[in-house]
Each structure stands twice: as structure tokens, then as C-alpha cells.
Design a binder for this molecule. Structure first.
Ligand code: 7TS
Length: 417
């Protein structure tokens, strides 16, 4: 197990060995090559043990009991919040709200900030490459409020068309929602520049960090992000863990999205008043163990070092892009420039259906995703119903790319026959 930030000599196979599931083999003795981390990451032993330890030694409801266990559970939950805040360089842990996933984080903003700030005729801007999670909540809000939703167009190689974006900003939107990194194309968007332009136009930014926070250093203060949503399960943490970051002034001006225990200051049968943030947005008993597990996941990522992880993934991606370009009939979507292409590679292989490609890869124990990746508007723009997608994380190694390549050649051979 790794214990400290590593230099350039990291043995990534040792990192892989921290993830028990990655040493599993199929009936033919082939080791699992997991290339679907954009959907959900695997979990290191330290996270599995943190969950186990929490339930064995600490479990109790939080913020309620006056007994030792409950106080320890509360302390661990709040320590995890501080760990998340530190990870994204939030000014205060109060700016971090625990949620189940990025989807819930975005819906929280749409339902709370949105209902208070979006009115009839207002414009909300999303992008053609957004995940449904960063489109549908805004459509629901727009429908309710009589607002409009417009989408930023893409350039031919799958980057945001910033000229079109500037044009939309001239229409003075109230809110702009965009992904830091696209889960369908791997495009790394120029978040800092876009946020600056957005603020100059007087709009608030919902940055979808589901594919960036797990893979690269993300500093909310340097970016000046208003809201940032991300999922713990994509960054080595437990399923059902995630976080919303919001600037404190914005959060403090927002009404609760859910009512219940834990989020109130005073309740009478006539009316209620709200707790301070972040408790105001955490109604009911939270997923305490999962928050603690997310804290452990972040500690693992920090021990390896986010810059270091990003560099490893850049190297894997550059190598994979180069190798995939040599496969006949294979079309790669997304930017050709590896500097703006994260470790998410979407492709089609001739006329073979993406699901068939994934099924043959699965026979070789190579796990990839096929489908629309919850990006139907993006698929429409690409003119394909689906793609096959390989995505990388810190536990992938060069050998995984070799296995992907040989499985793709097998798929070609099978379908050529
Ligand atoms: N935003 C982006 C950019 C995503 O990639 C995802 C999940 C979400 C939001 C939603 O995350 P959730 O944790 O709330 O589900 N993306 C994917 C994917 O690409 N394959 O499965 C889930």
C-alpha cells in the first residue's frame, strides 16, 4: 500500500495491487482489465477497510447523541467534509454538502438556487456535450419557471465552440452549466477561461466536475467556480457518495431543497426556520459511512498525488490514442490534441455495433462501456446511436492498453469472417 506522495518512480502495478477486484480473473485465467472508470471507479483496500472499520467501531447516528459513539461518528463525518474541502481547496468545509452523486448535487442547485433565481423568460445555458444530469434538471426548472435552455455548439473535433458561447453570453443568461471534462468525448474544457467570461456576463456557473475532480487537481478558488458537482464513486469512494461545492454567500441565500430532520433551526406547527449551511441541505440521516469512505478515498488519491495521477493518465491516453489510430476502420471521437483529451476514449469500429464490440472485449475480460453514455444530444451531434468507450484511472497500466488492442483486433477478425 502506498503511504506517501510519490516521485516519478511510482510503480503503477503496485497501485493496481491495492485494488482487490483488479486481481480477479475470468474462466480462461485472463486478469480483469477495467476500462470503465468514467462510469464508476474500483475501490482500494484502504476505502473498503475504512467502511468496515466504521461499521465495526463507530456506527451511530450523528449530530444527535450525547454518547461517545455518536460524537465519534459526528467527528468522522465532519472530518470527511474537511478532507473534501481541502481536496478542492474550498475556503471552508461549510461550502461542502454531502449528496449521493453528481446528479443529486446538480438537482439540488436547480431546485434550490434555481427556483429562487430563475424566472419567466430567463436563459439557462448548457452544452451539447453535457451528461443528461446537467441538462435534464435545467429543463425541469425551465419548464416550471417558463425559462429557456440553450446549448453551446461543438467544434468539429468535439470542443466547445467558444465563439458560439460568447454569442450566448451576450443574451445575458442567468446560469451556465457545463462539464469540466466530457464523459462522452474526453474533452477537457477551458473551465477557468469560461468561468471568467461567464462572470463578466453576470451569470452563475454550475461546473460539472464528475469527470475532472477524480482525475486532476481541481481548485475551486483558482477556478472561481460558483458550484461544483462530483461523485465519490468515480473517485475511489463508496457508491452513493458525492459532494456539492457552493460559494458560501450563494449557499446562504438558498432555501432548502428537502425538508426534514437535521436541516432546521426551529419548527413550530405554523412555520420553520432553517439551519446554517451545510446542514440546511442535508435533511435526514446522511450516508455517514460513505462520507467517511469518501474521505479515505481522497486520502489515498492525495497520497499518490493528483498531479502525478493526471500525468500517468495523460501518458496512458496518449499511448492509447496513438495505438488506436493504427486499428483499421476505427473512428475516435473527441479532440485529436492529447493536451485537451482526458482519459476517456469514445470510438466506433467500422459497422460493428458498439455493444458487440464491448461484448467481444468482455470475452477477453476487458471491461468497457457501450451506449450513449447518458449523452444523447452528443450522440445526435456525432451522428451515431452509440459508441464504445474505454476510460482510464490510476490503476491502469500499459499492459491494459495492449489487452484492449488485441481484443479489438479479435473483434475485427470475428466480424470480418
Ligand atoms: N456528469 C458527468 C460528466 C458524468 O460523467 C456523470 C456520470 C454524471 C454527471 C452523473 O454522475 P452520477 O454519479 O450522478 O451518476 N457518468 C457516467 C458515465 O459516463 N457512465 O456512467 C455514468
Amino acid at each position: 500500500m502506498i503511504t506517501s506522495a510519490m516521485g516519478s518512480a511510482t510503480d503503477w502495478t503496485e497501485v493496481r495491487d491495492d485494488f482487490p477486484i483488479l486481481s480477479s480473473v475470468n474462466a480462461r485465467g485472463q486478469r480483469l482489465v477495467y476500462l470503465d472508470s468514467a462510469a464508476s471507479s474500483q475501490k482500494p483496500i484502504s476505502v473498503i477497510e475504512a467502511l468496515d472499520r466504521y461499521y465495526r467501531e463507530t456506527n451511530a447516528n450523528i449530530h444527535r447523541g450525547v454518547y461517545d459513539l455518536s460524537e465519534r461518528a459526528t467527528a468522522q463525518y465532519e472530518a470527511a467534509r474537511a478532507t473534501v474541502a481541502d481536496f478542492i481547496n474550498a475556503a471552508s468545509p461549510r461550502e461542502v454538502i454531502f449528496v449521493r452523486n453528481a446528479t443529486e448535487a446538480i438537482n439540488l442547485v436547480a431546485q434550490s438556487w434555481g427556483r429562487r433565481n430563475i424566472g419567466a423568460g430567463d436563459l439557462i445555458v448548457v452544452t451539447t456535450m453535457d451528461h443528461h444530469s446537467n441538462i435534464v434538471p435545467w429543463q425541469l426548472l425551465a419548464e416550471e419557471r417558463g425559462a429557456r435552455v440553450a446549448a453551446v455548439r461543438l467544434t468539429p473535433d468535439g470542443q466547445l465552440d467558444l465563439d458560439h458561447y460568447r454569442g450566448l453570453l451576450a443574451e445575458q443568461p442567468k446560469l451556465v452549466a457545463f462539464p469540466h471534462v466530457s464523459n462522452g468525448l474526453g474533452t477537457i474544457n477551458p473551465a477557468a477561461e469560461m468561468i471568467r467570461l461567464t462572470h463578466d456576463a453576470g451569470a452563475v456557473v454550475m461546473l460539472d466536475g464528475a469527470q475532472s475532480v477524480p482525475h486532476m487537481p481541481v481548485d475551486v478558488q483558482a477556478l472561481d467556480a460558483d458550484f461544483l458537482a462530483f461523485s465519490g464513486h468515480k473517485m475511489l469512494g463508496p457508491m452513493g457518495s458525492g459532494a456539492l461545492y457552493g460559494k458560501r454567500a450563494l449557499l446562504e441565500a438558498m432555501p432548502p431543497a428537502l425538508g426534514g430532520g437535521g436541516m432546521i433551526r426551529k419548527v413550530t406547527l405554523e412555520q420553520s426556520t432553517w439551519a446554517d449551511v451545510p446542514a440546511r441541505f442535508e435533511a435526514g440521516t446522511p450516508a455517514v459511512a460513505d462520507a467517511v469512505g469518501l474521505g479515505a478515498a481522497i486520502e489515498y488519491l492525495q497520497a499518490v498525488g493528483m498531479e502525478h495521477i493526471a500525468a500517468h493518465e495523460r501518458a496512458l491516453t496518449a499511448r492509447a490514442l496513438e495505438a488506436l489510430r493504427e486499428v483499421p476502420d476505427l473512428t475516435i471521437y473527441g479532440p485529436a490534441d492529447p493536451a485537451v483529451h482526458a482519459g476517456v476514449i469514445s470510438f466506433t469500429l467500422g459497422d460493428i455495433h458498439p455493444h458487440d464490440v464491448a461484448a467481444i472485449l468482455n470475452e477477453e475480460n476487458v471491461a468497457v462501456r457501450a451506449g450513449h453514455h447518458c449523452c444523447q444530444p452528443l450522440m445526435q451531434w456525432l451522428g451515431v446511436p452509440a459508441t464504445t468507450r474505454a476510460s482510464f484511472y490510476l490503476y491502469n497500466v500499459d499492459e491494459d492498453i495492449d489487452r484492449l488492442l488485441s481484443a479489438l483486433h479479435r473483434a475485427r477478425a470475428i466480424f470480418a469472417a
